[in-house]
Design a protein around this ligand. Structure first.
Ligand code: SF4
Ligand code: SF4
Length: 319
């Protein structure tokens, strides 16, 4: 079994931005579809969780999604259910996945795992989903609770283990568990990996990022705010701007159908059009994203509002 999106990830992450600009595809190879900007968690480091998101909480309409699939079908573009909310909160999630799957488009779901137990897991296994990533936080129940503001580490572990067992040797979905760390001791990373490794196909560990947060807009209680500010102040990681993999292959579409330059634009400051009235191909070649591509190809991150605070964190490798 292999990750059905791996060839796109390899292609996204290979070559520098200038080479990618020169070989721009006519249509995005995959689309990040935000089914909702609402979440049941209150994670400290996330604009949705800490209530600093400047957009309304909403759920994607069926007609909007239908538009996306109609346009992606002739191109075989992959559909990733990713955004600034928990996609499993969308009441029509399974219908949406089935629609993409029936159009023979590869599908991927990012989830915090909290809703996995609510569904008949055979439904998840049978609806045509090709890949699922369950996002954890920290490496232990304590660090998970600190950052996610909820005591649910063991609940997610049990849900992942059950999903993996039920899937057995079936060809899909590919199961990926990811986490990010802040100040956890490196030895706990190994413990985390050992615990989850028997129940997934892939594990990745990265650093928690705070750079893009608007701390002034965060709406948390005093204690949580204090904890967040302390974490931001204490973070010691070597940073460098990424050779951006986001704008050359992929398009991000928010729950209201608006296309954005990249997934980091959580407040929707860029606007490439709305899928309800503008073709995806036209949005993918909009002058705004073109400007990003050209500047990023020249490594001019600091001239772009979204990119000035966008970093790769060094020293940690992902498996
Ligand atoms: S679970 Fe994900 S979307 Fe929800 S608050 Fe946490 S990081 Fe944000
Ligand atoms: S913020 Fe800029 S550099 Fe970072 S991923 Fe988005 S487009 Fe690329």
């Amino acid at each position: 079994m292999s990750n059905p999106f791996q060839h796109w990830y390899d292609s996204c992450n290979s070559g520098d931005s200038a080479a990618k600009l020169a070989a721009l595809p006519p249509f995005p190879t995959h689309i990040d579809v935000e089914l909702t900007s609402v979440c049941n968690f209150r994670c400290l480091m996330c604009p949705t969780g800490n209530l600093s998101l400047q957009r309304d909480g909403e759920f994607m309409e069926w007609d909007t999604f239908d538009q996306i699939i109609d346009q992606c079908e002739p191109h075989g573009a992959g559909i990733r259910f990713i955004g600034w909310g928990e996609p499993m909160m969308h009441p029509q999630l399974f219908r949406f996945i089935r629609r993409a799957s029936d159009a023979l488009l590869p599908t991927h779901l990012n989830t915090n795992g909290s809703k996995l137990h609510q569904y008949e897991q055979n439904m998840i296994l049978n609806m045509g989903l090709d890949s699922i990533k369950v996002s954890m936080q920290g490496t232990t129940a304590e660090s998970y609770r600190d950052m996610r503001n909820i005591d649910y580490y063991e609940g997610v572990f049990t849900a992942v283990r059950t999903l993996h067992r039920r899937r057995g040797n079936a060809p899909r979905p590919w199961i990926h568990v990811s986490t990010t760390i802040t100040d956890e001791h490196p030895s706990t990373v190994e413990v985390f990996k050992k615990r989850f490794a028997p129940y997934c196909d892939q594990i990745s560990v990265g650093y928690t990022t705070f750079d893009y947060l608007d701390l002034a807009a965060v709406r948390l209680g005093d204690q949580d705010r204090e904890r967040l500010e302390k974490m931001v102040a204490n973070q010691e990681v070597e940073k460098r701007h990424p050779s951006c993999p986001e704008v050359y292959d992929k398009l991000t579409i928010h729950a209201d159908g608006s296309a954005r330059v990249c997934c980091n634009d959580y407040n929707g400051e860029t606007f490439l059009g709305n899928v309800n009235d503008t073709p995806i191909g036209a949005m993918f070649h909009h002058p705004v994203i073109k400007e990003y591509r050209e500047k990023l190809a020249r490594e001019e991150h600091d001239y772009l509002h979204l990119c000035a605070d966008c970093y790769d964190y060094m020293e940690l490798t992902n498996d």
